[in-house]
Design a protein around this ligand. Structure first.
Ligand code: M6R
Length: 619
């Protein structure tokens, strides 16, 4: 469901590189989505269709099957994350029709494939895989046999599919065309020079173009090296019509550069992205302006605010809800997106629902936004990806502008989310007359300082995090404790440790830890405490003492003025004193570094943690 797809069509003179190599490089940029198999299909200069695919990682498969040496004019490529059918050479994409003249790559799930397969088998088609995808080339073949042109056959096929798909297809009969379709899985068209592209993510073709068209659900079409055709399927009372789309009005230019999507000498994307946080924050904060003030005005008029997010984005919503309640006296609650239906039925007109999602594609958050809209609430998207589905479907959208994040673990997008949403909460408090302008201004300037503070923390704490990682890398369990704004930071630190270093790290409110979790603590059990301001010191001191009395190894993330708490700790990250709102942005940095170095010391790949995908588009 988080497969990656790529399609490229080129004119003579487009590149010296063989097309196989270009597609392989594009697929490598999609590796972060998670995959078990890889493959491509290329229309060669000699006019044949070359299909090579296998289970395994891109570099290995490419070497084995010689991707780099395949020249051609157009082609499609795929990284597969198995859903229907185990990971195997046969189930790897592309899939073909009986004549092997049509090749299809697909991200998504065709829900009615069994029925379609039965029909096709009765028609005489033979299948070579267990995938749902394989019905697609056979259906196209079936329609073509009945006299339809390739594009008409493709449209007829799309009309029959139920479920989710982003598709790219080539047909030897029209070799310069890449056909595509999208429903509920992301797909972007890239407009190049003497070339055009389709891909699951802009990063796949960012080396060639920044001019894009983000496709929306129900759109279908094709590209040649010099032409783009898009139509939208409208289904009304069982009748389907196809409406042509005006291409010019849909073209957008992305700000991301190719360098932003490459490792630039770092070992992993995750550590590069951790180090990019000062720039990401500066970019986020420089864009704070009228659009976010407008959202603050909307919040001042709202009855209640519900914030939805998953994983790291949920932690950003927790901070926002705390700030809206504390600094704007507004009823605000953060809810894990997949649980939101248990809240949304109590909401309606006058309420605001904010969906926070780095990718803008997380299905749980999207579903929450859709349901909130149906109930009459005003919906707002906060995301990093322009024209992502959540951004398009919400009533209002604001972008965090953190740049592309490739590592599966969210890092720079978290701190950017927190900075932007903190500004929003404080602005709302100011507009509601709850916060004095002088205090609001004090917080704004603390937020504006965060790029510098984060740069300092990175410089001062990286070595220490790497030293502590030696200890963590041999542990199986850890607690992360905090109070107030420190709790979501502890939760985020624990999530990072779990997902990339596979240490069972659990976060708790520090005060709650003595109501059960402390039973697990024994000699040398690591407990991370997060304090954002001296105000919390007194209470958390007793929690540190309780844990230490049971033999815990106390690790403290704290401002340098919490001297008494610091004196109790076995290991300390001593951070600059800031307003607590700004500390909620910057104090997560040592915990990101700790998780990263723990993973690396365990020999793990932090960019591609097992069982995880960057974008989760399944329930
Ligand atoms: O794209 P989103 O922000 O909606 O993604 C939400 C989560 O899937 C994501 O934060 C996930 O938890 C990351 N692996 C966290 O590092």
């Amino acid at each position: 469901m988080v497969c990656g797809i790529v399609g490229v069509t080129t004119d003579e003179g487009f590149s010296q590189e063989p097309l196989g190599k270009i597609i392989k490089e594009a697929l490598k940029k999609l590796e972060y989505r998670g995959y078990d198999s890889v493959g491509l299909a290329i229309v060669t200069n000699e006019g044949s269709l070359e299909i090579r695919k296998s289970r395994g990682m891109i570099d290995f498969v490419s070497r084995k099957l010689g991707f780099d040496s395949i020249s051609g004019i157009s082609g499609v490529g795929h990284t597969r994350w198995a859903t229907h059918g185990r990971p195997s050479d046969e189930n790897a994409h592309p899939h073909t029709d009986c004549s092997r003249r049509i090749a299809v790559v697909h991200n998504g799930i065709i829900e009615n494939y069994k029925k379609l397969k039965e029909f096709l088998i009765n028609e005489g088609h033979s299948f070579t895989s267990d995938t749902d995808t394989e019905v697609i080339p056979h259906l196209i073949e079936s329609f073509k046999r009945k006299g339809y042109s390739t594009y008409e056959a493709f449209k007829k096929t799309i009309e029959l599919l139920e479920g989710a798909y982003a598709l790219a297809m080539i047909d030897l009969d029209e070799p310069e065309k890449i056909f595509f379709a999208r429903k509920m899985s992301p797909l972007i068209v890239g407009l190049g020079n003497r070339s055009n592209f389709v891909a699951s993510d802009i990063v796949a073709f960012i080396d060639y173009t920044r001019r894009v068209i983000v496709l929306t659900d129900g759109e279908i079409g094709y590209v040649t090296p010099s032409k783009v055709v898009i139509e939208k399927m409208i289904r009304k009372e069982g009748v389907i019509t196809w409406v042509p789309i005006d291409i010019k009005s849909r073209i957008r230019s992305v700000e991301w550069s190719p360098e932003m999507a490459s490792k630039e000498g770092y070992d992993f994307f995750m550590i590069k992205e951790i180090h990019e946080q000062p720039y990401a924050l500066a970019s986020t904060l420089s864009a704070v302006g009228e659009s976010i003030n407008e959202i603050a005005r909307v919040l001042t008029r709202s009855e209640r605010v519900l914030l939805l997010g998953a994983g790291t984005s949920y932690h950003a919503t927790l901070i926002t809800a705390l700030l809206l309640r504390r600094y704007a006296n507004l009823w605000a609650e953060a809810v894990i997106a997949s649980e939101s239906r248990w809240w949304l039925n109590a909401l309606g007109q006058g309420d605001v629902v904010i969906g926070v999602s780095q990718s803008g594609e997380t299905i749980d958050t999207l579903r929450g936004i859709r349901e909130a809209k149906e109930r009459g609430a005003l919906t707002i998207a906060v995301t990093n990806v322009i024209e992502s589905t959540i951004a398009r479907e919400a009533d209002m959208a604001v972008y965090i502008r953190a740049g592309p994040e490739i590592g599966v673990a969210a890092t720079k997008t978290f701190t950017s989310q927190v900075a932007l949403l903190s500004y929003l909460a404080v602005k709302t408090g100011e507009l509601r007359g709850v916060l004095k302008p002088s205090l609001a201004n004090e917080i704004y300037s603390a937020l504006r300082e965060t790029p510098n503070v984060v740069a300092r923390i990175l410089k001062d704490e990286e070595k220490k995090a790497s030293v502590l990682a030696d200890k963590m890398s041999v542990k199986n369990n850890a607690y992360y404790l905090g109070r107030g704004l420190g709790l979501p930071i502890a939760m985020e630190g624990a999530l990072k440790m779990k997902e990339i270093a596979y240490v069972h790290a659990e976060a708790y409110p520090a005060g709650e830890s003595k109501h059960g979790p402390i039973a697990l603590v024994e000699k040398d059990f690591p407990v991370v405490f997060v304090i954002l301001s001296k105000d919390e010191e007194e209470l958390i001191k007793s929690n540190i003492e309780e844990m230490k009395a049971r033999g815990a190894y106390a690790i403290l993330v704290s401002p340098n003025n919490a001297e008494e708490a610091l004196s109790l700790a076995d290991f300390k990250f001593i951070l600059p004193v800031q307003h607590e709102v700004a500390s909620a942005v910057s104090y997560v940095i040592p915990l990101q570094l700790l998780a990263y170095y723990t993973a690396v010391k365990k020999g793990l790949d932090p960019d591609k943690p097992r069982n995880l995908a960057k974008t989760v588009t399944v329930f």
